[in-house]
Design a protein around this ligand. Structure first.
Ligand SMILES: C[S@@+](CC[C@H](N)C(=O)[O-])C[C@H]1O[C@@H](n2cnc3c(N)ncnc32)[C@H](O)[C@@H]1O
Length: 286
């Protein structure tokens, strides 16, 4: 594997990634459970599972008589996922582009913000390991299509949009490091056409049926600028992967500009509000 591919870089931040994705990622994971109609006894696979946030929820939904597997190319992410348990989840370091499972092994496959070298190839592998009538739900950042009518209870402490720090990190990054703007994370899928059309096309090309596109978005509270900054530097893979090429002074300047703006918002609203948005593709294997 080449140095500085996306999974390599997740190895270094796996614990932090886990802490923040656990804190901010729950609603999307609930969407997966509902969209794929996960229930006791099913066999599920979470592809590019990271530290296992969606995998753990799947294990809960299918119960001890089901089977839950999570695969990721980053050994660091898999190590953290295993440390979170429960032991009945099988976590395996594996490339999504070449799944080491027999055909028709799973009833449900999920992929939450996966980074693949090529999504079409990964979806072909996913279709191969799904049983007929098995369900897939995949999500990437974004929005657009109709909002999934989530039945699970929403977080009670959703902060107001007025306290938003959305785009603050990326706009400051664009001002200071224009060369990073538009840079893709090591293995992130390229999208040259409308992202939801591209996702539906990729699902259709693997022979999936009942293709539906959904979105879901919500806000998470952050109580300090340092806390929000920490999650931004971990979740923006393109910045994280390029940070070692930037001078310490430039990084320090970026951090203090972010802190100054975020602290002004915090002083006015008493909270910082960070949006999470996802575009989902849901389909059934023929
Ligand atoms: C944004 S993270 C999402 C992790 C997790 N699904 C979540 O939602 O918290 C992207 C993940 O894709 C993994 N990844 C990148 N390329 C991969 C590949 N070819 N096969 C499997 N996993 C891959 C990375 O290691 C990383 O854990």
């Amino acid at each position: 594997m080449a140095a500085h591919t996306d999974p390599d870089r997740y190895d270094e931040v796996a614990e932090t990634f886990d802490r923040y994705s656990e804190r901010t990622g729950g609603p999307l994971t609930e969407c997966f459970v509902e969209m794929t109609e996960m229930r006791a006894g099913l066999h599920t696979l979470d592809v590019a599972c990271g530290s296992g946030i969606a995998t753990r929820r799947a294990a809960e939904a299918v119960g001890p008589n089901g089977r839950t597997v999570g695969i990721d190319l980053s050994p660091g992410q898999v190590r953290v996922a295993r440390s979170r348990g429960p032991d009945r989840i099988e976590y395996i370091v594996m490339d999504a582009m070449s799944l080491d499972f027999p055909d028709r092994s799973f009833d449900v496959v999920t992929a939450r913000y996966p980074h693949f070298p090529g999504r079409a190839g990964a979806l072909r592998e996913i279709a191969r390991v799904l049983r007929p009538a098995g369900r897939i739900a995949i999500c990437h950042g974004g929005g657009g299509p109709p909002r999934w009518p989530l039945a699970a209870r929403a977080a009670a402490d959703e902060p107001p949009a007025e306290a938003s720090v959305d785009n603050l990190f990326l706009s400051l990054m664009g001002e200071r490091f224009p060369e990073l703007t538009g840079a893709r994370a090591g293995n992130a899928p390229a999208s040259s056409v409308d992202p939801s059309t591209a996702l539906a096309d990729d699902l259709r090309d693997t022979g999936m049926n009942d293709i539906a596109l959904w979105s879901f978005s919500y806000r998470s509270p952050f109580r300090s600028a340092a806390d929000a900054w920490q999650w931004e530097v971990v979740r923006h893979s393109a910045y994280r992967m390029a940070a070692h090429t930037l001078s310490e002074a430039d990084v320090a300047g970026f951090r203090s500009a972010y802190h100054a703006r975020a602290e002004a918002i915090l002083a006015e609203h008493g909270v910082l509000s960070m949006g999470t948005g996802a575009m989902f593709g849901v389909a059934t294997r023929r």
